[in-house]
Unconditional design. Sequence first.
Lengths: 110, 295
Amino acid sequence: MQIADKIEDDIIEARLPEETQVPSTNQFAAFYQINPATAAKGVNLLVDQGILYKKRGIGMFVASGARERLMEKRKTEFYEQYVVAMVKEAAKLGITKDQLSEMIRRGEKD
Amino acid sequence: MSQTVIEVRNLTKEYKDTTAVDHVSFRIEENKIYGLLGRNGAGKTTIMQMITAQLFSTSGEVRVFGEHPYENKKVIQQICFIKEGQKYPDLFTVKDVMVTASSVYPNWDAEYAKALIEVFRLPMKRLIKRLSRGMLSSVGIIVGLASRAPITIFDEPYLGLDAVARELFYDHLIEDYTENPRTIILSTHLIDEVSRLLEHLIVIDSGKILLDTDTDELRGRTHNVIGHQSAVESFIKGRDVIHLESLGSTLSATVMGRTETEVKQAAEQAGLETAPVSLQQLIVHLTKNGKVASR
């Protein structure tokens, strides 16, 4: 769900601080030119995960602790998506552990 | 659940030697945006003409708001049908079209029409027949949006419209739809441009329904599965394969699963790569093969 990812990014990068109101589903839909039903699905996904919560009659807010929880989730995903894939690819190319660490250090400088 | 606003059952239109629409059945629910997609001559316009009471069917049923649309003023007032190549009287100006539309559509919003005319930079006093092709399309789009009709149908609304004007159309469509929800049916070739706007898709090919599905669900169900030829070949056994493409020993298969996550998960477990399929690609493959299955 792309819209959910975008909102997550906004929370992680503190563009949407905790306990602040987020735009409405319709505003998201208009901004990203997507169907409001699709936008609502993305937003509801985050509500189900407790990242956003609804205040009746007012709107949607970022939950306390949302940023921390998203960071943890993203770190797990980072490990699965990048680290595991990197180690696999390195093994395929015959790159040793030392060479891999050296590459990471080099990457930090770039 | 959402209410059904249009119900079509076994709708058929036969001409002397061809069947343009062949026992088509579907339902359109209230306040959703639909895409009616298919190749030229697939039967899209014929279906829309029968829904809007501009053409008689050979057999089958059409119900709009539960009633027959033919010579039914109550129903016809609720539908705004913007079609490609709409004809207007010779001496009509842009303004005349707007005035006429305001008397036809009960929900007409004159202020909104005026704002849109400025957005699309239409000359109010110019004769319709002196407008460029793109401007003429803009007239249709403005009438369609400002009509605020409970059912608004756009049939290839943007002949001659440049990319800027098309973006304006999408912007205003979504914005106005969120403020004034209504049922919208878009028929178009520009599938990738509109796919993100559509909640539900109906794909027609050779007068038959090929696909009738929620857009997000279809996106979830369909994936390209990529990997070594032998691995992909064994993966696709017994699966619904829409398209195959090979490059050297790499094979890419477009696969449709039964549930939203099934193909992606199974492919990843088998160590195969997956990639999303664009709706345009998917529909091109489907309508190229003309393969009708129970999807």
